[in-house]
Design a protein around this ligand. Sequence first.
Ligand code: GAL
Length: 481
Amino acid sequence: MENIARLYNGQAWKDTDGHTIRAHGGWMLQQDGYYYWFGEDRTDGKKVSCYRSSDLSCWENRGAVLTLKSKVRPTYYRTSLEMYSPDQEDIGYGQGAVIERPKVLRNERTGKYVMWMHWENGRDYHDARCAVATCDTIDGDYVYHGSFNPIGYMSRDCTVFQDDDGSAYFISAARDNADLLVYRLSDDYLSIDEHVKTLWPGQYREAPAVMKRNGVYFLITSACTGWLPNQGTYAYADSLTGKWSQLLPFGDSTTYDSQPAFIMPLQVQGKTEYLYVGDRWDPSSYHDSTYVFLPLSFPMDKEMKVDWADHFTLNHFTDSIENTLHSGMHRIKSCGAERYLAVQQTAGEEAAVNGKMLSYLAEEQKWIVEQAEDDGYVLFKNVFDGRYLAASLSSDELPEGDGKVLLVQKGAHGCCCEWALKDADDEGKILIRNRMSGKVLSTRNRTGESLAHPSVHVEEAVEHDPRKGRDPQLFEILAVY
Ligand code: GAL
């Protein structure tokens, strides 16, 4: 079927009513010519919403399939049916239990649609349970069957996988996210049969998603950094419960600003293709989070690749990603503070630079990296302010000969806006050294300084003792997608 709908990344997605699509940590099933997209909905007592589309671009809201008001029915094994305590406040992620990463499978034997998900009490992430709901139709009202700790284990980020023989698996992060456990489900998919494999023990993997291609299983995961994006990885195996490869890089150092939600197999012009779907969580504002859809490619049987695409069409899947360039802008991340350099407006001419929580919408956190006339140096132009990051050459303001960092017009007197970038390790972390003063950018903490917005200054480069935590003089320059 000719499908020319374009999928755009890095933008808010709306449904056919013009409302924001709420389907994070999601999942898709294909049925009767439609893709059904399930995901987290944290508005107005809703828990899981469902949308459908015939082209992956135009999405009709089919409504909330799991809510605080859903019917509740215990199953034959012991679960907790609690979803809501009436006195509970909305802590910003919606009222009642927090439901994350819902996944739905159709059980061929029973004809039921079975939803597995991550359950937390709505106040913290300490319960670490999974939960189950079922329905007779794909997008009807699901009946809630309660939450539990599988075989007593903690269970946070999760996914499911249905193999060719109909056996299904639930995979979730256990032991405070240190291990990823694989469980085989019972024949009706309603409970856990057996813990069949522990993957990468002690490696703190989250956001698992599994697919199978030509008999090879692939699993993608993220590292464990909350809502902040990190380097995704993939691994492969000949058997789900057998030996898995080591974790290999998937995408760039932020997985193009996304965290895996699921992988969707698609029929494209008679061929099976695989679509990566990730969440672009906004750590500053959950409800501004968006989605990233990218075609996967397989250069070899056991090699998986994902490239950035601003947009693509289904019928030109992997072979014609016309617009693979990122925006040309960057963010500068302080590795020590896990904050992003942002210009902060102050009264008068001066604009201070602080470390801020990542926000995809904040122009203040975006920088254009220009080459200086003298080879080897760069300038950072702030997208919001239009001025350049500079170190003040007078060191009066700060103690111990440190220097102030501010924004100036190019060539401003008494400042230097040229910087040298020096690789500091194999993971893309760099030292940013000021050309005139020779000092380096730092977010070293000062007494009384708010950790949420650490100030940025220049100081002498010092050898960092890793026993003291992360190095406040290390930064990453990350593309804005
Ligand atoms: C992420 C996880 C999300 C959500 C979030 C909460 O690491 O993948 O699903 O649980 O943490 O901080």
